[in-house]
Design a protein. Structure first.
Length: 344
């Protein structure tokens, strides 16, 4: 999601500012001027974003109980102190925990942990249901722990200018809030008939492992405690009904997964903020796989991905008989806080 490596930290700072984290915006700008801190990310896995990993590593150690005055600033840890001196405290913490921070940066990856995406997915699947009546089998690419595989099990409250427009599953254990930014209302009350659900994940997250759970939690920005609360609720739901996730490279696993779908139905391959880690060849490879699969059956492709500028875009494509039909449904917040639905 960051245009150039040399601009990475400033791009991240701008994204954090837009997405409501002034704390991380401030830290990212300051880290950009500190070569020793940036050097700690040199050994990260290829394609992994340095800012997310370094900041999450510090958050993880604090969540695991590390004692330091930095805790007093992080709202996810109960902190309420001013963030005026946050960079000095951040530097001091990293200096005292360099080996642990480096080990986390080099061994961990960013994982899908934002269930707010499900407010956007419900709208996308509603649009799909307008055109597809067959039983729909779902394959998610990059689900991490599979929290978004149960997108239809969360409640969603859609509002416009403070007034509730649609209240879906208001009694669900977790209810998401989503603000509609345009006058167009997505078809959120429509639902496809769903068959099998399968996730394909290079780095599966084991929700029965406390460190894996806490890494997911550490990826939440620490001045957004409401996001951590809903993540914890989603984790609790997923542990009660574990999703089916197959470990390995998604593009290698996808042909077999598609072949296993029983005849007579349709399939939807979907993903949220995943392909920014794909190379151009990988993105082309995914498209080629979907085109080929669409020769045998209707194949839908629903994605929420960065548009390369500043927005995240929800796109729905249909592959069948060698033809591809696609349309942009909406722009949306990276964390699902708002949705700008397009008419037509």
């Amino acid at each position: 999601m960051y245009a150039k490596e040399k601009d990475h930290w400033r791009d991240f700072a701008e994204a954090a500012r837009r997405q409501g984290s002034p704390l991380y915006a401030r830290l990212a700008i300051a880290i950009d001027g500190d070569e020793s801190l940036k050097a700690l990310t040199a050994g990260r896995r290829k394609g992994q974003p340095a800012a997310n990993l370094l900041l999450a590593a510090v958050h993880f150690l604090l969540l695991k109980g590390a004692q330091h005055p930095l805790r007093n600033i992080y709202a996810t840890l109960g902190g309420t102190a001013s963030s005026d001196n946050v960079f000095a405290l951040f530097q001091d913490f990293v200096t005292g925990h360099q080996d642990a921070v480096r080990q986390l940066v080099e061994s961990r990856v960013t994982n899908t942990n934002e269930v707010g995406h499900c407010a956007i997915l419900r709208a996308g699947f509603g649009a799909l249901a307008e055109d597809e009546s067959a039983l729909l089998h779902l394959i998610e690419i990059g689900p991490s722990a599979g929290l978004n595989m149960g997108w239809d099990r969360y409640g969603v409250r859609y509002s416009r200018e403070g007034a509730v427009v649609a209240d879906i599953l208001p009694d669900a254990p977790l209810v998401l809030d989503c603000d509609l930014k345009t006058g167009a209302t997505p078809p959120v009350k429509l639902m496809p008939r769903i068959g099998r659900r399968l996730g394909l994940e290079l780095n599966p997250v084991n929700l029965e492992n406390a460190d894996d759970r806490d890494w997911l939690r550490a990826l939440v920005w620490p001045d957004q405690p409401q996001r951590l609360a809903r993540l914890d609720a989603a984790i609790a739901m997923a542990r009660q009904t574990p999703p089916e996730i197959r470990g390995g490279d998604a593009l290698s696993l996808l042909p077999q997964a598609l072949a296993e779908i029983p005849p007579g139905g349709a399939v939807c391959v979907y993903h949220t903020i995943v392909t920014y880690q794909f190379s151009a060849d990988m993105r082309e490879g995914l498209e080629a796989l979907l085109v080929t699969a669409g020769l045998r059956r209707p194949v839908w492709h629903l994605s929420l991905e960065f548009d390369g500028k500043k927005d995240f875009v929800l796109t729905l494509a249909h592959h069948h008989d060698g033809m591809r039909r696609a349309r942009v449904l909406a722009s949306a917040s990276a964390h699902g806080a708002w949705l700008a639905w397009q008419k037509g």
